[in-house]
Design a binder for this molecule. Structure first.
Ligand SMILES: C[S@@+](CC[C@H](N)C(=O)[O-])C[C@H]1O[C@@H](n2cnc3c(N)ncnc32)[C@H](O)[C@@H]1O
Length: 255
């Protein structure tokens, strides 16, 4: 009788252990999507959008960097009527003495349209791909342009001289910064007090804008990410066919 009782107790024990093991395995598979090296700033996920790098910042997945092989696409003739870059540049309200940093400059599509407008200032063209900067340096030499300087950035630092820039331009680049927070802190450091950051990003709110999802950003998300580094939103002008034109300011604490 006692032997039988002990045996059934043993069986219950085995069944319970199996049950606990299965439960444990289940909760493991629920959490295994979030990878162990996630921290307060960034989260990493195994299951993610194939256009992204599986790294998340303030709820947004970061897009893959567009390689220098895409240089031709940036220079496509149709871009001028699809995106109206001249309108965007008019709205920058530039002064001839301004120092402009074009971060994620690519082939210099914006850099070379801005440089004639700041003859007493300059454009700092920053990119992490040396191949892109080589293209810019080539045009500089060919066209005898003297107010465009290239800067090789790091993935987490634009390498701008401190408090030296009047306006930072980010065109279709911010969404692919692998370290958006560190990049923006570096940008804020490079801005003069009262300096502006202008972001152009494809409007995520509009499903009819046929651009990959992670290459679009909502106004709300951009504002959240800029606020996180101390930039103050000034205005959002939606006059471009596909992109938001968002303006932020570095506070001038002396005034
Ligand atoms: C889609 S292209 C846009 C280029 C240019 N702004 C334009 O509109 O023609 C994005 C560029 O951002 C650059 N980029 C990505 N991450 C960067 C970073 N952390 N710092 C500087 N440039 C970066 C890429 O190398 C690429 O040239």
């Amino acid at each position: 009788m006692t032997k039988k009782f002990l045996k059934s107790l043993q069986n219950i024990g085995i069944i319970l252990s199996l049950f606990i093991l299965i439960l444990g395995m289940n909760s493991c598979s629920i959490n295994s999507d979030i990878v162990a090296n996630s921290d307060i700033i960034y989260q990493y996920r195994n299951i993610h959008n194939p256009e992204g790098i599986g790294k998340f910042y303030l709820g947004r997945e970061i897009a893959k960097v567009m390689g220098h092989e895409g240089a031709r696409w940036l220079e496509r003739a149709s871009r001028s009527y699809q995106e109206k870059p001249e309108n965007a540049i008019d709205n920058l309200d530039l002064k001839p003495t301004d120092v402009v940093a074009d971060i994620g400059a690519g082939t210099g599509y914006f850099t070379f349209r801005i440089s004639p407008l700041v003859p007493e200032g300059k454009v700092l063209a920053v990119d992490i791909q040396p191949e892109m900067l080589e293209l810019i340096n080539f045009v500089n030499k060919e066209e005898n342009i003297t107010n465009v300087e290239t800067i090789l950035g790091n993935i987490d630092n634009p390498n701008l001289p401190p408090s030296s820039v009047d306006i930072v331009l980010l065109v279709d680049a911010y969404h692919e910064f692998e370290y958006p927070r560190e990049m923006m802190l570096g940008i804020v450091e490079g801005l003069k007090p009262g300096g502006r950051v202008v972001l152009l990003e494809y409007r995520r709110e509009n499903p009819m804008i046929m651009i990959k999802g992670l290459h679009k950003m909502s106004e709300k998300q951009v504002k959240k990410e800029m606020k996180a580094v101390g930039l103050v939103w000034q205005e959002t002008r939606d006059f471009l066919p596909q992109q938001h034109f968002l303006v932020f300011k570095k506070p001038d604490i002396s005034s």
